[in-house]
Design a protein around this ligand. Structure first.
Ligand code: RFL
Ligand code: PHB
Length: 390
């Protein structure tokens, strides 16, 4: 088989890239290790930045999002039982869109297949070759048959545990990494959200987040140990811990059936550069942020917006200048999103090894954000998303 761009991974990055390329007349094949059912039902992110929402709308993917998405003009920080609302609309004239990642993935798959696009689900043993030469190719297996795809460009959109980053010789990459001494225990609950906007809670027992997926589904998180044993968390324990951390006068969190639960480790990770020869990494394959800033999916979308422009220039102008600049173009914005995600994480979580001085610094910073329009504006500007680098 032959195509112009071979894409590994049918997450948001790979699917959106394939869609954006198709809109500009460029062919691609997407290879995905999992089944369609699996990727369409994987519950992950929930917050789309203003620019991501615009990108989806402008590329014809916004129909269901406009119907089912929840527009949030602000976000709430809760500390010592008091709320501080960061009003995005007032501070920066923008909002965020609450719309599940798995719906974005469903919409993208429907758009690609509807346009005759090729997505190979359950592709096994995917491997990428000769990307340091002009004729890269990809092998994969389906059943007993090994297939080869010849292409001009490979896009590694296969997430943090994928094969593409691991195929680049280690000596060519610089890795920047930070692990956090906690994780998130997340639940999806079949109960209407108790708040109108997402509420980030700083509490002496640890961070909590009250988020949502729809008018009937709540998404709630608790800071926990990085190696927390989910079996130790009965439904009663989860709800009572959420009630304690989210407490405020006149507020009670609505409880309901827990439909899904899981533990997410927290990590900051960046590789530089995000490319090697004709292999370009995008999304979680190249960087991970702790989820506190709600940036992961949005960074994936920004990467593929930049990569699309560069690939279009490659075919239309015969110039690889923009492809050569891909990593540097993306990384300036990625590092700012990394900084914001690290800052939100550090601001709101309980570090049980902090000295009394460090605890006072954290409390003072929260107090400052609560009391300062300038600090709230900086938070708002970053939360709704910095301008796309295109
Ligand atoms: P994905 O979504 O991981 O997709 C990669 C795809 O590649 C496939 N794959 C392979 N395919 C073929 N061959 C192989 N060898 C392969 N290896 C892997 C995988 O099956 C998969 O389908 O990466 P992508 O596209 O870069 O998208 C990134 C986002 O998924 C991720 O950043 C976000 O989910 C992060 N995130 C959040 N981001 C936000 O913007 N806002 C949020 O509110 C938010 N909340 C979250 C999150 C992530 C979470 N978890 C579980 C990590 C909340 C959570 C709990
Ligand atoms: C979510 O809706 O799952 C969510 C919202 C905000 C975050 C992280 C996750 O910062």
């Amino acid at each position: 088989m032959r195509t112009q761009v071979g894409i590994v991974g049918a997450g948001p990055a790979g699917l959106l890239l394939s869609h954006l390329l198709h809109l500009r007349g460029i062919e691609s094949i997407v290879l995905e290790a999992r089944s369609r059912h699996y990727v369409e039902n994987r519950i992950r992110a929930g917050v789309l930045e203003f620019g991501t929402e615009q990108l989806l709308n402008e590329s014809g993917l916004g129909e269901r999002m406009r119907r089912e998405g929840l527009l949030h003009p602000g976000v709430v920080m809760r500390f010592n039982g008091a709320d501080h609302r960061v009003d995005f609309a007032d501070l920066v004239g923008k909002h965020v869109m609450v719309y599940s990642q798995h719906k974005v993935v469903q919409d993208l798959i429907a758009a690609r297949l509807g346009a005759g696009g090729q997505i190979v689900f359950q592709a096994e043993d995917v491997s990428v070759h000769d990307f340091q030469a002009a004729r890269p190719h990809i092998y994969y297996r389906q059943g007993d048959a090994v297939q080869q795809i010849d292409c001009d460009i490979i896009a590694g959109c296969d997430g943090f545990h994928g094969v593409c980053r691991a195929s680049i010789p280690l000596g060519m990459l610089r890795i920047f990494e930070r692990e956090y001494p906690f994780g998130w225990l997340g639940i999806l609950a079949g109960t209407p959200p108790s708040t109108e906007e997402n509420v980030y809670v700083s509490h002496e027992r640890g961070f909590a987040l009250l988020a949502m997926r729809s008018p009937t589904l709540s998404r709630l998180y608790l800071q926990c140990a990085p190696d927390e044993d989910l079996a130790q968390w009965s439904d009663d324990r989860i709800w009572s811990e959420l009630q304690i951390r989210a407490a405020r006068d006149d507020f009670r969190l609505a409880e309901g059936p827990i439909l899904q639960r899981g533990i997410t480790p927290m990590r900051s990770f960046v590789i530089e550069p995000m490319q090697c020869g004709r292999l370009y990494l995008a999304g979680d394959a190249a960087h991970i942020v702790p989820p506190t800033g709600a940036k992961g999916l949005n960074l994936a979308a920004a990467d593929v917006a930049v990569l699309t422009q560069a690939i279009v220039a490659f075919y239309r102008l015969g110039s690889s200048d923009r492809l050569d600049a891909y990593s540097a173009t993306c990384l300036r914005r990625i590092w700012k999103a990394q900084r914001f995600s690290w800052w939100m994480t550090t601001l709101l979580h309980r570090f049980f090894d902090h000295s009394p001085f460090e605890q006072q610094m954290q409390a003072a910073e929260l107090d400052y954000v609560f009391g300062s329009r300038a600090a709230s504006l900086a938070l708002a500007e970053n939360y709704v998303g910095l301008p796309l680098p295109v």
